[in-house]
Design a protein around this ligand. Structure first.
Ligand SMILES: [Zn+2]
Length: 177
């Protein structure tokens, strides 16, 4: 048996969980929880209200922990309205979410570029025209694969032409679908 300080975080959590299960006073062993569990096990169908609230939780309208709770404004139509300030706050947080996603992608591509750079040394001349100075790594497929063969060293002009080709490719794809 491991000593307390040797346990990983996960092990500590699972140990705590087991202790909770064994403790007759924990929520897991409360009559209410047991009843709910047995209802679930009996395959009791969710009520329409419950289903709707699960859907609400998925759409981020309510918190997951609130699914089984009766809304405080139930039956009081039109009482629950976001204030203008709250609306602003919500849209701002959604914007931040998108922004962080974008940042995540940017980091991903920068890291990928560095990865390719280390494996594909920069030649003196553009690999396409062989005339002008190689300027940047260009992605060939537009899918940013982690594959050195999906990148080539191009001069500024060829890179711009390549980007235009990819843009048209993607643009036409969108049009077709
Ligand atoms: Zn070129």
């Amino acid at each position: 048996m491991k000593k307390e300080h040797e346990l990983t975080r996960e092990e500590k959590i699972s140990k705590k969980k087991i202790a909770n299960w064994k403790d007759p006073n924990s929520t897991y062993n409360s009559k209410e929880y047991r009843k709910k569990l047995s209802e679930v096990k009996k395959g009791k169908k969710f009520t329409e209200e419950h289903k709707k609230r699960i859907g609400d939780a998925h759409r981020g309208r309510i918190a997951y922990w609130a699914i089984g709770k009766t809304p405080w404004n139930k039956g009081k139509k039109g009482l629950f309205k976001h204030t203008e300030e709250a609306k602003k706050r919500i849209s701002l947080s959604r914007l931040n979410e998108k922004n962080s996603q974008w940042k995540g992608n940017k980091v991903k591509y920068t890291a990928l570029h560095a990865w390719v750079r280390r494996r594909k040394p920069q030649p003196k001349l553009c690999t396409k025209c062989n005339k002008r100075k190689a300027y940047d790594l260009s992605n060939i497929s537009g899918e940013y694969k982690r594959d050195v063969n999906d990148y080539e060293w191009l001069c500024r002009k060829c890179h711009m032409e390549e980007d235009g080709r990819l843009y048209n490719l993607n643009h036409n794809k969108e049009k077709r679908t």
